[in-house]
Design a protein around this ligand. Sequence first.
Ligand SMILES: Cc1cc2nc3c(=O)[nH]c(=O)nc-3n(C[C@H](O)[C@H](O)[C@H](O)COP(=O)(O)OP(=O)(O)OC[C@H]3O[C@@H](n4cnc5c(N)ncnc54)[C@H](O)[C@@H]3O)c2cc1C
Length: 303
Amino acid sequence: MSAQLYDVIILGAGPAGLQAAIHAARRKVSVLVIGQSSKSSAYNAHIENFCCTATQSGAEMLEIALSKAQEAGADSLEKDVMALDIDNGQYIVETAGGEVLKAHALVLAMGISRNKLNIEGEKALVGKGVSYCVDCDGPLFKGEAVAVVGCGSAAVGAALTMIFYASEVHLVCEALDVEAFLAEKLRQSDVLLHEGRKVVRIQGSDAVSGLVLDNGDELAVTGVFIELGAKGAVDFAGKLGILLDDTMKYISANKKQETNLPGVYAAGDICGPPWQVAKSVGEGCTAGIEAAAYAVKRKSEKG
Ligand SMILES: Cc1cc2nc3c(=O)[nH]c(=O)nc-3n(C[C@H](O)[C@H](O)[C@H](O)COP(=O)(O)OP(=O)(O)OC[C@H]3O[C@@H](n4cnc5c(N)ncnc54)[C@H](O)[C@@H]3O)c2cc1C
């Protein structure tokens, strides 16, 4: 049986992918969006800083976005993509369910997976005090005691930012790994540095109430920011020959969200920070419009 051919296949059902689906489908091309909204970074988030939705629940926002994409005419498939390939100018997409599909154009909107501590309490308390994004959630901890975990510039920057909001900021780090000027800035700040220490457990049942260090010390905090950097799109892009940006972590895309491969577009967190819904939907909109135009042009060239 031959693989079903779509004009545009979108990988990822987060804000970037769903916005791309809405804009592509409204251009009367066939569109399939593959991915699980429940795995989007936004799903468990409480979104306060996005201008354009009445709800602050990430899950609700994604549900609305998916219905808008479907109303616009996009098909959806709640699967993960396992492999991408190219054959004679068409892109081949293989899902974890064994489906093989083809497309004239692709939009890559698979987000990023934030590096985790993988310790007790972390997973259960995401969105309940555990966060991977100071820019997003920092203001929610006004006047509270928080901890930042990590040793690099992202962690130190996050700790220094949190000084403006929190009553007390701890930085837990095995060995500080930043430029001298940033280390000095940290030393001159009110951040309480726990160098040479690891976090072994995050405490709390419904919300974070503290964390435990490897020497048995307990820190009474209501927020834990895990700033260990983020895994990028390297693995996925590598096989297809998609170029990454200078950091070698994110897909390189221009203002039309074009990658170096004709017909392949990228949008959202996968293109790098700031990791925000507003940026993701903006890039998704552009990628959807451009991918649809590419598919139409390619079909007309083929006759
Ligand atoms: C705790 C938390 C709080 C946040 N708070 C805010 C906030 O207040 N304001 C704000 O603007 N932003 C916030 N963010 C960031 C925001 O959620 C992201 O910037 C946004 O979701 C990025 O959208 P995206 O579509 O690029 O990626 P995502 O939303 O992460 O979506 C990625 C999609 O790709 C899919 N996918 C991944 N791999 C594959 C694959 N192989 N095959 C198929 N599908 C795949 C996933 O299942 C998912 O559907 C927060 C994030 C977190 C984690």
